[in-house]
Design a protein around this ligand. Structure first.
Ligand code: FES
Length: 309
């Protein structure tokens, strides 16, 4: 692969010619804020938070969607860049629920991190704000529309698995939102509770419900564990507090790793000390089931019981 040399924040770097500016900056440990970008997802360049200034160009460019070029000179934190980022963050906060003190995502929320980094705060305003619709229908995922910043990562990660594709953008303009199937609750929709969407959501719009009200993010240690239910070998994080295994969460899937509810439940059952009851969807409703059913072991267990009698 051909390479190019460019200058970012007064330092020269040589990278493959197909790199984006954001990837080149990452290779130099320069952190450009990015809300809609994820290296395993299609690049859409929609949030504009990653904008940078390029010498000779009047407009700021989205660094995630702009390919490097030979001799390019880039500033990632110029006055113009910082003031644009502040405006974007302010508009996002203006339409966001001000409950960071009690939000489950606090400590792991990119919007919170960037607002802190650029000193942007919630403010009083009389403009319209997003209606607060909280979907509590799933025992695995809590969806809070008012915390959604429409980065679309959940839609892109859901559509990577062809038989899922449950989440989509719906409506237009200010009414734009993320919908499950034809604007259904997660319980009514075809959602299979794989939690791929939760693993990439940068805010508290999608939360792993089974880990809610457990210790705060900064109190938890995470250990990567591999699911051994099938050949995909999906990865989960085992959540630990004070040496005790308290939960499991889906790790960002990357292309090709489907994650699935059965794998998650197996991983929980094998590792978590006080495991909560499992739920499966039956006739469009979540119902609590026994572990042997959740793990699809009923037939084996029945055979074992019969052979013991
Ligand atoms: Fe580049 Fe969103 S991260 S536009």
């Amino acid at each position: 692969m051909e390479s190019v040399t460019l200058t970012i924040n007064e330092q020269q770097v040589t990278v493959p010619a197909d790199y984006s500016i954001l990837e080149a900056a990452e290779s130099m440990d320069i952190d450009i804020p990015a809300l809609c970008y994820d290296s395993s997802l299609e690049v859409v360049g929609s949030c504009r938070l990653c904008v940078v200034e390029i010498e000779g160009s009047d407009d700021l460019k989205a660094s995630c969607a702009t390919t490097v070029a030979e001799g390019m000179v880039v500033q990632t934190e110029s006055e113009k860049v910082v003031s644009t980022r502040k405006e974007i963050l302010q508009l996002l906060l203006d339409n966001h629920v001000n409950d960071c003190l009690v939000c489950e995502q606090a400590g792991e929320c990119l919007l919170q991190d960037y607002a802190y980094r650029y000193d942007v705060k919630f403010r009083e305003h009389d403009g319209e704000t997003r209606e607060r619709i909280v979907d509590t229908s799933s025992p695995y995922i809590l969806r809070d529309e008012a915390k959604c910043i429409l980065c679309g990562k959940c839609v892109r990660v859901c559509e990577q698995v062809s038989e899922r594709q449950v989440l989509t953008f719906a409506d237009r303009g200010f009414e734009t939102k993320i919908a499950a199937d034809a604007d259904m609750t997660l319980e009514e929709s075809g959602c299979v509770s794989c939690n791929r969407c939760v693993s990439v959501c940068p805010t508290g719009a999608l939360i792993d419900k089974r880990n809610m009200e457990k210790p705060r993010s900064w109190e938890v240690e995470k250990e990567a564990i591999t699911c051994n239910v099938c050949e995909h070998g999906c990865e989960f994080n085992l959540l630990k507090k004070d040496g005790k295994n308290i939960g499991v969460e889906a790790k960002a899937p990357g292309e090709g790793r489907p994650l699935c509810l059965k794998g998650r439940l197996w991983t929980e059952f094998e590792n978590v000390e006080e495991v909560e009851e499992p739920y499966l969807k039956k006739d469009g409703k979540f119902v609590a089931v026994e572990w042997k059913e959740a793990l699809e072991l009923e037939e084996v267990m029945d055979k074992l019981e019969n052979s013991a009698n």
